[in-house]
Design a protein around this ligand. Structure first.
Ligand code: ADP
Ligand code: MG
Length: 317
């Protein structure tokens, strides 16, 4: 692309906070604090799969970084640096300007420096690698849950999936329900502060990107445990719960894209977790418990096991 360097200069050069050498050299230079581990994660977003190609470029920019920041939150890491590899079908300055505005709004909200990347022509495809810091040994891993731990989730579950179902014409939402669900879908808020506070409290943690059942399933598999979850206890946006009823069940259990945290913690941490919820003004809800016997059972309001009809999102299924 003839104007590759102009694109980098005009759209992807932004002041940094904690980087020795940023965009413009052959490599960036950054310093990890003593006694810390570097947490690294990559997520790729493909037009048509992860977002509608005609979605607002501001939202695409925000979400591209937010889903990566969410992986840092789920590890209990402080996000600090990111690289951005982007393939663009054309040099469209107004699209790029809005994409960059959304991307840097997220970067500035969470203190992330954009330190480099790559820019080429091709079908729209965006890949971010994010780097964060964790004090040595304090990461919230998927394999740390113990039997009889509580299972918790942040905020509301199923909200983004309801927004997607609305855009696909499967349901019709209005007013509060519509606004909340489209916000959740387009501009997810990664729970960084929660992840940081859960260090030394949670025994495991994951962010809900593929669906609650699927993502909790990863924790259970890695921790070699099972769990009992109570559907009625799962926190849901009140406007969605009342307007969707039973149709909401599959979205709550198997819908992805919420980027809320699902974590486990010993029962003696309940008070500590309530304090975190108050400090952060964030709803934290206990939805069940782990058990030694493998498998995930979700109970309905009458304590009958629900049959999961749809698994979490798997790109190759
Ligand atoms: P090289 O040929 O050495 O790989 P490039 O021409 O690809 O360098 O990139 C020049 C500089 O711009 C590098 O510092 C690179 O990290 C940065 N860069 C390229 N594309 C992006 C982007 N989309 N966002 C941020 N930085 C970028
Ligand atoms: Mg390059």
């Amino acid at each position: 692309m003839a104007s590759e360097f102009n694109i980098i200069r005009d759209f992807f050069t932004h002041p940094t906070r904690h980087t020795d050498l940023s965009v413009g050299d052959d490599a960036a230079l950054l310093r990890v604090r003593n006694g810390h581990q570097l947490a690294i994660s990559t997520d790729m977003l493909v037009a048509g799969t992860h977002f509608f190609a005609d979605a607002l470029p501001y939202d695409i920019g925000w979400k591209t970084l937010a889903v990566n920041v969410s992986d840092m939150a789920a590890m209990g890491a402080q996000p600090k640096w990111a690289t951005l590899a982007i393939a663009l079908p054309e040099n469209n300055a107004s699209w790029l300007g809005e994409f960059a505005r959304g991307f840097f709004a997220c970067a500035d909200t969470f203190g992330v420096d954009l330190i480099g990347g790559d820019t080429t022509r091709g079908p729209l495809n965006i890949s971010v690698t994010i780097f964060g810091e964790i004090p040595q040994g304090l990461a919230l891993r998927r394999d740390g849950a113990k039997a009889s731990d509580d299972v918790w989730v942040s905020s509301y579950i199923g909200t983004a999936a309801a927004g997607l179902a609305h855009l696909l014409g499967k349901i019709r939402l209005e007013n509060d329900a519509l606004e909340a669900s489209l916000d959740a879908l387009h501009r997810p808020v990664p729970r960084v502060d929660l992840g940081l506070k859960l260090r030394e409290i949670a025994s495991s943690c994951i962010d809900i990107s593929d669906g609650l059942a699927a993502d909790l399933g990863h924790v259970l598999e890695n921790s070699k445990l099972g769990a009992d979850i109570f559907y009625a206890d799962i926190s849901k946006h009140p406007a969605l719960e009342s307007s969707l009823g039973e149709a909401f069940e599959a979205m709550v259990l198997s819908g992805g894209d919420d980027y809320e945290l699902c974590f486990t913690a010993p029962q003696d941490k309940r008070d500590a977790i309530k304090h975190i919820a108050q400090d952060l003004n964030l709803k934290l809800t206990r939805i069940g418990n782990t058990r030694a016997e493998s498998g995930l059972t979700i109970y309905d309001a009458n304590y009958q096991p629900m049959v999961l009809k749809i698994a979490g999102y798997d790109h190759f299924k």
